[in-house]
Design a protein around this ligand. Structure first.
Ligand SMILES: Cc1ncc(COP(=O)(O)O)c(C=O)c1O
Length: 289
């Protein structure tokens, strides 16, 4: 039996349903998070849950659960579904109301949905790297909000997949922003470059961990926008996200990155990142490494 969270209650998935006039369904009016689970424990839950509160605030929604309440509920869901290695998906929408663009007055209860999935680590991609395409970033200008509106992202991802690639590296004019579902970083002369956490990217939790491990591991880094030319001349390129972790990018638009193999700085960051996972969630067993 699989359990899910619906509006704060843990129930059977087969009994969970959402009204056709839910604003998440009709307008994409809501926010979401994806949290990784290793050894049955959530990784960086605090950061993800703080980010969902912030995303909600930015769209004028005050989530009625505290971080601690959400943590307790999600941990119970993981336990009930017996997830060892996987993810939690969670979303809050502005609730159910007759279809009309303005926010409902008076406000209606938010819809809160969460479920778990068993997912292995993408070990082959982590080791060998993936291919990417370049794509105009046509999304709106509030990419810092983890909003349910993902049309720009999914269209970019689909173009990458149709081209036999894993990710679309988006750019606004000359400036590289982020992937369709990941942040993008480059290494040049041993230094890691990542786009600053402004409105043009989602401030990835993995990206923040990478900055933390760069500090711990004495890897120089800079949070500064970089150009398409910088990307082309980079020694190493990688993408980062909760599910893809730190995945090397070895080819962009058919052109090899560096020598076409995952580079030493990326590998060092991967090792340091694994240590962070192990510190929070316990050791990664043979089939997880
Ligand atoms: C557009 C976008 N940027 C960046 C990320 C990476 O964020 P995180 O590391 O918090 O998963 C994601 C994750 O899904 C994303 O969708």
């Amino acid at each position: 039996m699989e359990f899910v969270i619906l509006n704060g209650n843990i129930i059977n998935r087969s009994e969970a349903s959402i009204d056709i006039e839910d604003r998440g369904y009709q307008f994409g009016d809501g926010v979401y998070e994806v949290i990784r689970v290793y050894n049955g424990k959530m990784f960086t839950a605090q950061e993800h849950l703080e980010r969902i509160l912030l995303s909600a605030k930015k769209i004028g929604m005050e989530i009625t659960f505290t971080v601690e309440e959400m943590k307790t509920l999600l941990a119970e869901l993981i336990q009930k579904n017996n997830v060892q290695l996987g993810t939690i998906y969670m979303q809050f929408s502005r609730g159910v109301s007759p279809r009309n663009h303005p926010f409902p007055v008076p406000a209606v209860p938010q819809s809160f949905v969460a479920y778990t999935k068993e997912i292995v680590r993408p070990l082959a991609n982590l080791e060998n790297g993936v291919k990417a395409i370049l794509k105009d970033d046509i999304r709106w200008l509030l990419c810092d909000i983890k909003s349910l509106n993902l049309l720009g992202n999914i269209m970019a991802k689909q173009e990458a997949v149709a081209a036999g690639c894993y990710e679309a590296i988006q750019h606004r004019g000359d400036i590289v922003t982020e992937g369709s579902s990941s942040n993008i970083s480059i290494i040049k002369d041993g230094k890691m470059h990542t786009h600053p956490a402004d409105n043009l990217i989602l401030n990835g939790i993995t990206r923040r961990k990478i900055i933390e491990v760069c500090e711990k591991g004495s890897i120089p880094y800079v949070e500064a926008a970089f150009t398409l030319a910088d990307l082309e001349n980079a020694d190493e390129v990688f993408l980062s996200s909760t599910t893809s972790e730190i995945t090397p990018i070895v080819e962009i638009d058919g052109k090899q990155v560096g020598n076409g193999m995952p580079g030493p700085v990326t590998k060092k960051i991967q090792v340091l990142f694994d240590k962070e996972i192990e510190t929070e969630c316990g050791s990664l067993k043979a089939n997880m490494k």
